[in-house]
Design a protein around this ligand. Sequence first.
Ligand code: AP5
Length: 215
Amino acid sequence: MAVWLLMGPPGVGKGTAAALVCARAGCRHVSTGDLLRAAVKARTPLGLEAEQVMGRGELVSDDLMFALLEDEWRQRGDVLLDGFPRTRGQAERLETRLGTGDSGIRGAIGLEAPEAVIRARLEGRRVCRNCGATFHIRFRPPSRGGVCDRCGGVLEQRPDDRPEAVRRRLEVFAEQRAVLEPYYRQRGLYHAVEATGEPDSIAARILAVLGKPWE
Ligand code: AP5
């Protein structure tokens, strides 16, 4: 199993790009944010523990994250891991767990965009309360206002897209980037990817790093 890491600020478009990349490259998109939100929705003990922390825009504990990811390593197929690691502790533990190279961590992709672009993407994001599908009021509007195209569920703003939580998430990301970018650069694994423009163009840039054609 080869694992590519997808990193970048909140709202830069990691989830959107990862879905497009995996549809073409045949990898599995594993988002730690999605895993946490599913645990919150299911009211599992892990989800209940994570809910308050996420609402404040803080990071969930490393132990909880590794417990949540353990099932993923038992499955087959290459993985695009979105939103993990976020601390040096997570990065070191992940490297110990998976190693690097063809059957471990292959590389870390850092999506980059100006803050104004990120804020516009976050402010307009709406997610389906039922199935979690993501829309944007300007850039990816649903066919009927406030209604999910996929399942007909109600669209709402994510609790952590409120301005106070966004401010904190951007601060947390700045701290994370200062640690993780040098960590993966030193290992020759870091690839910066421009995340402005259309989702398809961003996905094509990521596929080029993965060595896969955009067909
Ligand atoms: P997570 O869900 O991973 O949040 P995040 O990293 O803040 O990223 P987002 O999901 O907000 O954004 P995204 O980059 O995926 O953007 P999207 O594609 O939706 O984590 C949430 C929380 O969980 C964390 O704060 C933390 O508490 C916890 N957590 C997660 N992982 C953890 C870990 N490893 N350790 C500890 N805690 C952890 O796009 C955003 C919007 O823009 C959408 O509306 C989309 O339609 C639109 N859009 C996307 N691309 C484009 C484009 N190219 N052009 C125009 N619009 C676009």
